[in-house]
Ligand binder design. Structure first.
Ligand code: GLC
Ligand code: CA
Length: 615
């Protein structure tokens, strides 16, 4: 895509975003839980890292069944995190140093403790009854009461919860404490726009990461999902509730009635959407719906097809094809994309996509940084990624250390199923549960939720002063992986991220807006890609000329030496080494056509001469 002329969308296209998980970022008052004042104390840190957009995960009032994604009041702050005034101070502090701040917009569901739901469940004729999704039971004969559909919720079990008081079921795609709002109800939608959106936009918030953005419009026929696992009643049902018939209409309405009145960024969380043409409908600029989305293919790598926590081995060509697909799908269109590989719902990228072995993890973290910083789209980093935090150790017990409702429920449900299925066969049960545990250890959300490792001043990595420690166990390796240790070291993971973020912006045409080209898609060991851009200049008298620029990025995704071929000279001319994740290579070294890469080594070359093509 040609470099755009400066326009109002440049801030959210070129800005680097950083996601903060409030519970685990920084505790300011010694209660063991992160808070808004803690975030405020780190605004300078973020600025110095090179961040432009701060995304704060839910800090709203919440019973915390799902770490704040269960909101009981959009217009209040979870008291242990602080107050509305603290949030205002944070918004203002970000703005004062030239950063923007976006919030999570969680409007597929509320908490069951939200006043709206309390009213809705109070009686069948309450005015807010229809703000949520209520259905009578199916087949109530023979004393068996069946839920309206066989849909499985994300957190195990049915999506339907029986309400004794009004003798109906309500829908919850997540926990039973998180009822789904009924977007078919006009009044409910207007209330959402007011309470969850305008309230914060008027305080200066610059946009939203929109939770479950494609789930508001359900297929209202409420039919059973296809049976993929005959052993159980509940079945994966995203075919029935994701990307429903009114989804695009709702997003257009949200823009026309709310977002258009402000200068905002929206990034939608978009699972279950593999078709690029479909994704383009959400992110095309002309049809104002969303600025961009997180398409899920990259973070789904290794997840089981129908059960997330049944890990499946994967090979590098899958990662490469995934990156290529979601880089290229906007080329020649007015759509926009994102570059990311971590968030609060994912295992750590070093552990998942590279190597967290002690001898490899620093190079691995920098290798992934080199890859991400070269990708087109808005770049998102998740807290701790910038220092190369890794997954929790395999010894941690699910029962004692894991906090996440999703993994804990899955583990217990799997245990029950294994006990039934392999009744009496202790060895088979143990094998099954070892596999489930290993899957959770690789993919579990808690990996991303351990306290941020600031320093080695205490056993909580400087995250909290509470003598008993943080709300969740601190990663055992904090003495080696922490901010203080890396802060002044340009060769650290943190130092490397800082320089890469700077470098990315200095070559925005190439890295933020460039076209992506993949080489050797089937090679299982190395990842070679080019970013290219063509600049059109109108010369004096000679008419228009195009200048082609290129970067070539070569990444060794193994723990052994590998040799890669650079693209032939007639493609980009001579290539010069510019930056790499090993510190001993001289820059501006002419590459030749073949490069030997050491374990997890990555290098970036720039075409030394811009190739001018007269037209
Ligand atoms: C999104 C969030 C996740 C949460 C879920 C329900 O997937 O990222 O953390 O559990 O929505 O709100
Ligand atoms: Ca606190």
């Amino acid at each position: 895509m040609a470099a755009p002329s400066p326009s109002s969308d440049a801030w959210w296209k070129e800005g680097t975003a950083y996601q903060i998980y409030p519970a685990s970022f920084k505790d300011s008052n010694g209660d063991g839980l992160g808070d808004i004042a803690g975030i405020l104390s780190k605004v300078d840190y973020l600025k110095e890292l090179g961040i432009d957009i701060v995304w704060v995960s839910p800090m709203f009032e919440s019973p915390q069944i799902d770490m704040g994604y269960d909101i009981s009041n959009y217009e209040a702050v979870h008291a242990p995190y602080g107050t509305i005034e603290d949030m205002q101070a944070l918004i203002d502090a970000c703005h004062a140093c030239g950063m923007r701040l976006i919030l999570d917009l969680v409007i597929n569901h509320t908490s069951a403790e939200h006043a709206w739901f309390k009213e809705s469940r109070s009686s069948k004729d309450n005015p807010k009854r229809d703000w949520y999704i209520w259905k009578p039971p199916r087949d109530a004969e023979n004393g068996t009461r069946l839920p309206p559909t066989n849909w499985r919720s994300y957190f195990s079990g049915s999506t339907w919860e029986w309400d004794e008081h009004t003798q109906e079921y309500y829908l919850h795609l997540f926990a039973k404490e998180m009822p789904d709002l009924n977007w078919e109800n006009d009044e409910a939608r207007q209330a959402i726009y007011d309470s969850a959106m305008r309230f914060w936009l008027d305080k200066g918030v610059d946009g939203f990461r929109i939770d479950c953005v494609n789930m508001y419009s359900k297929r209202v026929g409420f039919q059973d999902a296809p049976v993929v696992n005959p052993d159980v009643f509940e079945q994966p049902a995203w075919s029935e509730y994701a990307n429903g018939p009114r989804m695009h209409e709702f997003l257009r309405e949200m823009n026309n009635t709310v977002l258009n009145k402000y200068d905002t960024l929206t990034v939608g969380e978009l699972p279950h959407t593999p078709d690029p043409r479909h994704v383009l409908k959400y992110v095309g600029a002309a049809d104002k719906q969303l600025s961009m989305v997180f398409q899920f293919d990259i973070v789904d790598i290794g997840q089981g097809a129908s059960d997330k926590y049944r890990f499946e081995e994967w090979k590098l060509p899958q990662l490469k094809a995934t990156v290529a697909k979601w880089q290229q799908f906007i080329e020649g269109t007015d759509g926009w994309t994102t570059a990311f590989c971590e968030n609060h719902d994912q295992g750590r990228s070093v552990s998942r996509f590279a190597s967290d072995a002690p001898e490899h993890r620093v190079h691995s973290a920098k290798l992934l940084a080199l890859m991400l910083a070269s990708l087109t789209g808005t770049l998102f980093i998740y807290q701790g990624q910038e220092i190369g935090m890794i997954n929790v150790p395999p010894e941690w017990s699910i029962d004692d250390e894991y906090k996440d409702i999703e993994s804990v429920n899955f583990y217990h449900t799997a245990q029950k199923l294994a006990d039934e299925k392999f009744a009496g066969d202790a060895e088979a049960i143990r094998r099954e549960m070892d596999y489930v545990k290993r899957s959770i250890q690789i993919l579990g959300r808690d990996n991303a939720r351990t306290p941020m490792q600031w320093d080695a001043s205490n056993k909580s990595a400087g995250f909290t002063d509470k003598p008993e420690g943080a709300w969740m166990r601190t990663h055992d390796l904090y003495p080696e992986i922490n901010v203080a240790k890396q802060q002044d070291d340009p060769n650290s993971v943190l130092g490397f991220w800082k320089s890469m973020l700077h470098f990315r912006k200095a070559h925005a045409d190439l890295f933020i807006y460039g076209n992506f080209r993949l080489y050797e898609p089937d090679n299982e060991k190395t990842f070679v890609f080019a970013k290219t851009t063509t600049k059109t200049t109108t010369g004096s008298g000679e008419g228009v000329s195009d200048t082609k620029q290129a970067a070539v990025i070569v990444l060794n995704f193994t723990g052994e030496d590998q040799t890669v071929d650079l693209p032939p000279a007639d493609e980009f001319g001579a290539l010069q080494f510019h930056v790499g994740n090993y510190t001993d290579t001289a820059t501006a070294e002419d590459a030749g056509r073949q490069v030997k890469l050491r374990p997890w080594e990555g290098r970036l070359y720039l075409s030394s001469v811009a190739t001018a093509v007269k037209s």
